[in-house]
Design a protein around this ligand. Sequence first.
Ligand code: EPZ
Length: 422
Amino acid sequence: MDIFSIEGPVKLSGAITVNGSKNAALPIMAAAILAPGKSVLKAAPNLSDITVAGELLSQLGCKVARDASGAISIDAAELDNPVGDYEIVRKMRASICILGPLLARSGRAVVSMPGGCAIGYRPVDIHLRGLRRLGADIKLENGYIVAEAPRGLTGNEIFLGGPFGSTVLGTANVLMAAALAKGKTIIEAAACEPEIADLANCLNSMGAKISGIGSPRLTIDGVAELKGFDHTVIPDRIEAGTFMAAAAITKGEIHIKNCRPQDLMAVIDKLRQIGVIVEPENTGCTVARTGPVRPADITTQPFPGFPTDLQAQFMTLLALADGNSVVIEKIFPDRFMHVAELSRMAANLRKEGPTVIVSGVKKLIAAPVMASDLRASAALVLAALAAEGTTVINRVYHIDRGYEKIEQRLNPLGAEITRESV
Ligand code: EPZ
């Protein structure tokens, strides 16, 4: 098991390049199932979650390979085992997004129900509701979702909103299934995340007929067959936002390359409120802080609102503000595993249900801390870069799920992160 030893405080400066988006690559890899042929995905990051997705597709019967350039080829000509096994699904919840494409392609899909998650209660009831509206017969057997549509799926009007707004992977599942359904489907309250737009654009390149991309109302005219894709995934806006917070918390200046400011408007707006300079350019932006961290309130929302996947990183930045901030988590109300760990580093945080009052402190102090989930762990890395002393972060595998070799990319900017196996 790897740990990180991180020296602080440091000041980051220089340029860093953002990788392709994990959360766009995962559903797009599942989309390959829809076509009885070969698909190629470019710019997918080298992350354990992407590897697990490859294992899952291989288990279904796909031939999956990654070439020297990093391009992933997926040949889905043969799908001889339409089962998403618990042993793989328990490693990565996003495995659920094979359900829709597998059902649409084979008329039958058996996928393990995802289990518990560190960031809170994450049901898939809306996914199932949407697929049932397309005519699927769905039941639960021994922890497995068994979905059947022997005569194929039929287009329908589907409201996909839930108690916390839209669902990202729920939209992906229903969208992919509707692409091969007979007739027209309208998805209302669809997720508008850039990752869903990237998936929809990829599906259209396969021959699907999707309109309203980027809006909460998607219209899909089903087609009889799709062909393989050759697609380059969009940059990872959450990785970009994490690097922006790293520049801000270390009072540094970073030029972030290969990021799309249009995917980060709410984040850039918040950074400016906090007193951070953000200068967007064509294919990136420069982020710098020269003055104090100003307090600000954050409420997480579905896109284009402030992303829940940056809540922990920005709470860490606001822990050093000269005043009080209020952070409200409206997507995953229990997503606060980082609060106790940041408190160990002398942050002054008071949690009340889905709200944390962040009372700014002058400095953070290094301490041994425990990574718990992907974004909480990224927040601990940011805290350690700003804290006085040597911070040790345990269970680094959580970070590797979403950030490729983060130490090798931050150390050239002045970070002092050492990875050790214990
Ligand atoms: C995606 O998860 C992302 N994962 C998450 O990123 C991200 O936090 C989340 O969207 C929200 O932006 C991937 O793309 C692989 P949701 P997803 O369905 O699709 C409730 C990261 O750090 N809900 O949009 O699983 C749900 O409980 C990960 O990279 C239902 O009630 O999230 C939550 O409260 C973590 N019933 C809300 O909706 C359902 O059937 C939004 O969840 C589905 C969801």
